[in-house]
Design a protein. Structure first.
Lengths: 426, 157
């Protein structure tokens, strides 16, 4: 038995009651005088009043918790509960899962990891339905989402996120298995790295050599019990073995022009096309002035005209809504254009667009596809498209998507801060 | 300490808490371990200067944890290293072989094993902490390892 094995044995045999409490450390680090200047009775009374009878000590911890910046609290709340339309339109039901609400005061920082580019923090809040919302902040991180139930499914043993920005990359995840104590991140050609979980969470800034394009990429993440027993494995989190996208083009004789419309401000013509490839998939493309605005030019895939993916969950939805946009805030509404395109698949057979001002209009479908140039009158705030509605053959509303009309810079208009961001609603 | 060092301290605390507590238990006893670790980190937070690099910071904190645990032990004159480790950190049901092997070690050897293997302290630091010479630490460690190896390999079916 080597020294390393001996250390591993000892480590694995440790049974320590997990009483991690960083707030307690911070309290102990404060000068005592600060506390002695406060009348103890008054302090306790204030705590009890503020907490509606909660235990003073527990609430004290909450009151002293300055770890969660207001911006993060807001982001956690937003991840769970996107803003509803403020124009009296029906609420957004595109988010079909009922996520519940954030448990008040449950927002807290779980992890903070130092990297050469600065610290990365991971914040978590509990939801009333037993799930959680997570948010990361820092170099390489920045984003998050919610898990509706907090349940662990065998196919997805780790609820993980992989984020990249400014040259940094971060893997974060939650292992919710009973008895989960640590994760072991396995690399190609290097020994694994073990990270002890904090409240089930881990955060790993991925060094360059261990990323997908590096020499020693991450190949799997194991969830370990305290004794080192493997509870579950997440395979290939970087998608190294993911099948490569397979692009085909339509059979030339099947290509049809479905719609052609003029764009305002001398923007030219936008056209919508369809076809069918040799594998039997429907194909879809749109061109502006004869040039493709997307890559690949043709989309001939299983989902084309059959379904679409609802961000951020990836659930299948029947309607795809995309926007083509050109604007420049320095030039105002006399420049640019905005159009929407996509498809509606069964059970949706007709589409209607509702605007912020309460008006609505049908969007014509061409064999399931649509192209809609947003008129200039609907560019100003207060008149923008706000909700996309889908109806089945019986006229029943079966789909609804909120289009975030108050998003900044989404339509041409005068705002020097808005350059052509290529952003769209939806 | 500065904001960055405080963040690094917090990360270290969250990641290594079990090791710190186990080691503190090896020195001061199980009942004092958690308090010793909390106090040690509080002392590190209050410190005006702390090493900026991660390795240096961890060694610095280990020294504080070990000293704080030792101070906690001094406050309990009836306590001794004999009760250190006890059965608190070792789960007999999970791994009876390791529990038995560790229980079979004299207290000083147990402490040295923990401080060296889990706390990653150097021989000199362990010597300073336990008030013995570096040579004694080295010899004690060798004896402890050998005894553990024999016990564990003998227990392997």
């Amino acid at each position: 038995m080597t020294d390393d094995q001996l250390a591993i044995c000892l480590d694995a045999a440790l049974v320590v009651e997990d009483r991690r409490d960083w707030l307690d450390v911070q309290r102990r680090a404060r000068p005592r005088r600060r506390w002695l200047t406060r009348p103890p009775g008054l302090l306790a009374a204030a705590l009890v009043v503020a907490g509606g009878g909660s235990l003073a000590l527990g609430l004290g911890a909450k009151l002293l918790d300055k770890d969660v910046p207001p911006k993060v609290r807001s982001q956690l709340q937003h991840a769970l509960d996107p803003p509803e339309p403020a124009d009296g339109a029906p609420p957004w039901v595109g988010q079909m899962e009922h996520l519940g609400k954030i448990v008040k005061g449950s927002e807290h920082r779980v992890l903070r990891v130092q990297t050469p580019k600065g610290p990365i923090s991971l914040y978590v809040a509990r939801t009333t339905r037993g799930g959680y919302c997570v948010m990361t902040q820092g170099p390489g991180a920045g984003g998050g989402g919610c898990n509706s139930t907090g349940k662990v499914f065998p196919r997805y043993p780790i609820d993980y996120g992989l984020m990249a920005s400014r040259g940094s990359q971060v893997l974060d995840g939650h292992a919710g298995q009973k008895g989960a104590y640590a994760v072991s991140i396995r690399f190609r050609g290097l020994p694994a790295k073990r990270i002890v979980l904090t409240e089930g969470w881990f955060l790993y800034p991925i060094p360059r050599a261990r990323r997908a394009a590096g020499k020693h990429p991450i190949v799997a993440v194991d969830v370990l019990s305290q004794s080192g027993h493997r509870l579950a494995t997440l395979h290939d989190p970087l998608g190294l073995n993911r099948p490569k996208p397979h692009f085909t083009t339509p059979i030339p004789s099947s290509v049809r022009l479905l719609s052609s419309q003029e764009l305002p401000n001398d923007g030219g013509t936008v056209t919508l096309w369809d076809g069918r490839d040799r594998e039997g998939h429907r194909c879809f493309r749109h061109l502006r002035n004869g040039k493709s605005q997307q890559s690949p030019v043709w989309e001939c895939r299983a989902e084309t005209n059959r379904y679409w993916f609802a961000p951020p969950t990836g659930r299948h939805i029947p309607v795809r809504w995309e926007m083509g946009l050109r604007n420049d805030g320095r030039k105002g509404a006399e420049f640019g254009h905005a159009y929407a395109y996509g498809w509606a698949a069964p059970p949706v057979v007709s589409l209607k667009l509702r605007f912020q001002d309460g008006s609505q209009r049908a969007i014509p479908l061409h064999d399931g596809d649509y192209l809609y140039v947003v008129p200039k009158a609907n560019w100003p705030a207060g008149h923008r498209p706000s909700i996309l509605l889908g109806y089945d053959a019986n006229g029943r509303q079966v789909f609804r998507q909120f289009l975030y009309p108050r998003q900044h810079c989404i339509y041409p208009g005068h705002d020097p801060l808005c350059k052509n961001l290529g952003m769209g609603t939806g | 300490v500065t904001g960055e060092s405080a963040a690094a301290l917090e990360a270290l605390y969250r990641e290594r808490y079990p090791r710190f507590v186990a080691t503190a238990a090896a020195i001061a006893g199980p009942e004092q371990a958690h308090d010793a670790v909390q106090d040690a980190f509080a002392r590190a937070l209050r410190a005006r200067r702390a090493p900026a690099d991660a390795d240096g910071l961890e060694r610095y904190v280990w020294r504080i944890v070990a000293n704080t645990a030792k101070d906690a032990l001094k406050r309990r004159p009836e306590a001794s290293l004999d009760e250190a480790l006890a059965l608190h950190a070792i789960d007999q049901a999970r791994d009876p072989a390791i529990a038995e092997a560790l229980r079979g070690l004299p207290p000083r050897r147990r402490a040295v094993v923990f401080l060296f293997h889990l706390a990653d302290l150097s021989l000199a630091e362990i010597a300073e902490l336990l008030g013995i010479s570096q040579g004694t630490v080295s010899a004690t460690l060798a004896q402890a390892r050998e005894a553990l190896r024999q016990a564990l390999e003998g227990a392997t079916p």
